[in-house]
Design a protein around this ligand. Sequence first.
Ligand SMILES: [Zn+2]
Length: 288
Amino acid sequence: MRDSDRGTRVDALTGAVVRVAADRERRPNLPSDGCPFCVGGLESPEPYTVKAFPNRWPSLDGDRCEVVLYGPEHDRTLAEMGPERAREVIDLWADRTEVLGRRDDVAYVLIFENHGAEVGASILHAHGQVFAFAEVPPVPAGVLRRLRVGAQLLEDDPSLVVVERDGWRAWVPSAPTQPLQVRVAPLERRPDLPSLSGCERDALASVLVEVLGAFERAFASPVPYLFWVVQRPTDGRCWSSAWLHLEVSSPWRADGVLRHVAGGELGSGVMINPVPPEQQCLLLRGSR
Ligand SMILES: [Zn+2]
């Protein structure tokens, strides 16, 4: 492979950070020789409950990409597996954050899931991913910078709260960029997944399962969604204002209808959202 095929580039004009990973184009879409994540499959020869392993088709060089399996069941989502399994997944996320974050060459651990073929999941067996970045990427860097200068994470409008219990709130942000979007955060500031107590992890598991279930059932067909975790960087700096939260969103604006981000949005940086946040909240509350 030529060096120019991989690497991080910055567009000098716009400041956009781009990771070129041309060899990912060769990854199989749907493996023809059985599911690699089922027990006995390529990545899971031995029985397991949850597990993490290096991604065979990494987007970043240097052992920075992992796959997280939520369970041996081929056709169940994290929401369907329930809060006890979600707690085990959260423990694994926290563990991977600590282990990868301890490396001198890792400044930020990003935990995320792309759920559904429409948002890029190439294998349907429930799984998420971990990216360990050498530098804090632009999105969390921007959020952390705004928190540092006084931006508030939690929003209090009761008409936008989807679930609140046991110290956690899940709400539709008042300025959502996506047609379905929810933020999940602890009411008391916690910087990252490893700093959560056992009780706090149980409560997050319960709320997260409820939120993901609400997404899946928001329309008649199973809804594709994305989520990621925003947490304290692991570069050893203080980050005293870092406040753990999850961003969950779907690009669907109606059953089976993808909202496109097009010229008006990309050309202006102003997102046009066809679904008002109050309506998003009603949709999600109604489908819990
Ligand atoms: Zn499978």
